[in-house]
Design a protein around this ligand. Structure first.
Ligand code: ADP
Ligand code: MG
Length: 266
């Protein structure tokens, strides 16, 4: 994907201007910026659903798997089960494992889609995306309605996924874990950054005051809550782990990472 001097405005409000970047096959980029900066708009432009100025070139062979913030695009199916009718027998095993991992059981699959909660719908949509033959996953707040357990399962599935990932999320820990590069919205510009979120936040710590706090109220609350839950979970796992073991070591690192991300939110 290549963006050359792209620009988007709604009326007199300019979301981004004169922004150029490329994304290569297999890269995993987080799309980061405060609420209302234009992340969803950029996602829609990539999908071709929103017009922008400048050139946004996508290799024509790219098959995009998209999950939108509001998952309103599943209403064509009546039953959950219909989403997973896959003729390929070899794939069926993989499908079943994936569904089980995400906590999708037979009862849920036989329910009518309109009776499902947002969390259940999100899980189904994600399972469907992860099992499809997509080269690019474009994920806009995929964890909004997910519990912590499912978030972890999703992270694992994304870590195994070999295609390109563009991820928008308020879950900073997830972004740090999945994405090693970023597209950041800064001062009306989208800039590509060659490192992950934790390093980016570190580097911008001194001059973040105006930029990051602007209009970011509810998101901060949600971010903080997710982090608190994650910290609680890691702590409970730590109390079961054997000090000195490899697992303990890993959990300890995770704990420290979570704390440092949390400290940057305060
Ligand atoms: N169709 C539209 N018409 C006018 N303004 C819009 C439209 N879509 C989005 N906006 C505005 O553009 C800004 C960026 O929106 P959005 O891309 O959803 O931000 P983000 O996903 O980063 O929170 C917001 O101020 C939003 O109100
Ligand atoms: Mg958005």
């Amino acid at each position: 994907m290549e963006a050359r001097h792209i620009r988007k405005s709604f009326g007199s409000r300019i979301l981004f201007d004169d922004s150029s970047f490329t994304v290569q096959r297999g890269e995993r980029l987080g799309i980061f910026g405060p609420n209302g900066c234009g992340k969803t708009t950029l996602a829609k432009a990539i999908l071709g659903e929103e017009g922008i100025e400048g050139d946004l070139f996508l290799s024509p062979s790219v098959n995009i798997g998209y999950i939108s913030q509001d998952i309103s695009d599943m209403d064509d199916y009546k039953k959950a089960l219909e989403l997973f009718r896959i003729p390929d027998r070899k794939k069926q095993g993989r499908v079943r494992t994936m569904l089980a991992n995400l906590g999708i059981n037979e009862v849920l699959l036989n329910k009518s889609l309109q009776d499902l909660s947002m969390g259940e719908r999100t899980k189904l949509k994600l399972a469907k995306l992860l099992m499809g033959d997509y080269d690019l996953l474009l994920l806009d707040e995929p964890t909004n309605h997910l519990d912590l357990y499912t978030r972890e399962q999703l992270e694992e599935a994304l870590e195994e996924y070999e295609g390109t990932i563009l991820l928008i999320t308020h879950d900073r820990y997830m972004m740090e874990k999945i994405c090693d590069k970023l597209l950041v919205f800064e001062n009306g510009l989208i800039r590509r950054v060659e490192y992950g979120l934790a390093e980016y936040l570190n580097k911008t710590n001194e001059d973040r005051s105006d930029q990051e706090k602007a209009g970011d109220g509810p998101a901060d609350e949600e971010e903080r809550m997710v982090l608190e839950n994650r910290i609680a979970l890691v702590l409970s796992k730590l109390s079961d782990a054997v000090p000195g073991s490899e697992e303990y070591q890993k959990l300890d690192e995770e704990f420290n990472e979570l704390i440092s991300i949390k400290n940057r939110l305060l």
